[in-house]
Ligand binder design. Structure first.
Ligand code: ZN
Ligand code: ZN
Length: 164
């Protein structure tokens, strides 16, 4: 387990925005409803305001490290209630105490979170097994849909909402 200190639940905001007003997805931690991993998202879709900023009043679509897709609201973002240190640059990182994987906001390195179990390999193998698409009758192609979604990079915004 990574060394960490607990801090009050809402001492830091549950998310941060980038200088351009977009959501900094590396600050958003949620628990995947399918595999239970607590981590940042591998992809995101969110609404923006007329001014082009992240709109916290609308649902956000996220994907866990095993590429399960789910929709949440800002209320579902986990409180960042623990502080640990980046294994590469030593910067403090504020994350949920329950996080399996975290991101350093200074050097953007993905690394084990404070709650990643000692038996992490089996934990993530279990998540990977869950992530395999179910064998469904071919009335749709979940793989193709998944691939298309994976191409979205963090910070992608929905288009068409900007009134200007
Ligand atoms: Zn998942
Ligand atoms: Zn770092």
């Amino acid at each position: 387990m990574t060394t960490m200190d607990l801090i009050p639940a809402d001492a830091v905001p549950r998310f941060q925005t980038r200088p351009d007003g977009g959501l900094d997805i590396d600050t958003v931690y949620t628990r995947c409803p399918q595999c239970g991993i607590v981590a940042t998202s591998t992809g995101v879709d969110y609404a923006i305001t007329a001014g082009g900023d992240f709109d916290p009043g609308e649902p956000v679509e996220l994907a866990c490290p095993a590429f399960h897709h789910y929709r949440v609201t800002v209320a579902d973002f986990l409180p960042r209630d623990a502080s640990c240190f980046c294994v590469r640059c030593g910067s403090p990182i504020v994350v949920p105490a329950t996080a399996d994987q975290v991101v350093c906001l200074t050097c953007r390195l993905y690394q084990d979170g404070p709650a990643r179990p000692t038996d992490a390999v089996s934990h993530f193998e279990a998540a990977d097994a869950l992530s395999r698409p179910p064998k469904l009758p071919s009335n749709g192609d979940p793989l193709e849909d998944d691939q298309a979604r994976r191409t979205r990079s963090a910070g992608t915004r929905q288009e068409g909402l900007d009134a200007s």
